[in-house]
Design a protein. Structure first.
Ligand SMILES: [Zn+2]
Length: 270
């Protein structure tokens, strides 16, 4: 190995062609977190194989000296010297829902994960979510995105408060009715009794089954979580969590998520 060279397991979150043959890639690495890199001659080079494809875990060899391409961006880039793909999530592309869900995860990391900060837990979570998306039924795709967002908000320290009604402090098992109502600006929910006569607080109804899924997702590893609520219910939770991210993650309000819209439609056989 030449000096300055570092090896790291990484996923590519996004690629952009640069000039004729180079590729700018946002990498999410196991030990150094997220940063922008350049693969010289990356367009067709055999050195990179399929490792610049999205949703592929690869061993990257990078030159840790940064270089600046002022015509592209002020951000300093590291150079990818070589890469070898280890696991490609090829089965994702067979299902629109799975591919859309995986794209959501990438968009969330691109917009909300701080750059140049080690995020090993999130790296593992992301890898496990991709595997879960491959293994589980396509109708669970939005449930997996929800579980990812919930765990990601825990890591960021901005998780919604889901265990008790914001007003009466009763637990989900204690409150009456089958639904609770999400309150975005408070990052919490209100029960049926506490929202009586206030229709403006009832815009986002979430079923109790769905809330139990959310608890399970926060407590268990993603691949051990049983999701009981249906895809339409999970779309409602996704809508809430998306607004929650926009409200509580600095900077996200200026660049809302765009990929979640592909997960918000009625699934045919659900
Ligand atoms: Zn209440």
């Amino acid at each position: 190995m030449i000096p300055h060279t570092v090896r790291d397991l990484a996923y590519v979150l996004k690629t952009t062609p640069y000039k004729d043959r180079d590729v700018i890639a946002v990498l999410f690495t196991e030990s150094k977190g997220k940063f922008t890199s350049i693969a010289r001659n990356g367009v067709q080079s055999r050195r990179f194989g399929g490792s610049l494809d999205l949703f592929t875990a690869s061993d990257f060899e990078i030159d840790s000296k940064t270089i600046q391409l002022s015509e592209v961006t002020d951000e300093r880039l590291v150079q990818i010297l070589s890469a070898q793909s280890r696991h490609a999530c090829g089965k994702l592309s067979k299902y629109f829902e799975k591919l859309s869900a995986a794209s959501c995860l990438n968009e969330i990391l691109l917009k909300a994960l701080p750059a140049h900060k080690p995020a090993n837990e999130i790296f593992k979570l992301y890898g496990n979510c991709l595997i879960a998306l491959e293994e589980m039924e396509y109708s669970k795709a939005s449930a997996i995105v929800n579980a990812f967002i919930l765990k990601f908000t825990q890591w960021l320290g901005v998780q919604p408060s889901l265990t008790r009604c914001l007003a009466c402090q009763k637990t989900l098992a204690e409150v009456s009715g089958n639904e609770v109502y999400a309150q975005v600006s408070q990052g919490a929910w209100l029960c049926e009794t506490c929202t009586q006569g206030r229709s403006e607080q009832k815009r986002t109804a979430l079923s109790k089954t769905l809330m139990f899924d959310a608890y399970q997702a926060m407590l268990n590893p993603i691949r051990k979580t049983q999701f009981e609520a249906g895809p339409n219910e999970h779309e409602a939770l996704l809508g809430f969590l998306e607004q929650h991210l926009l409200y509580f993650v600095p900077g996200l309000d200026r660049q809302p998520l765009s990929s979640t819209r592909f997960l918000k439609f009625q699934l045919p056989f659900a």
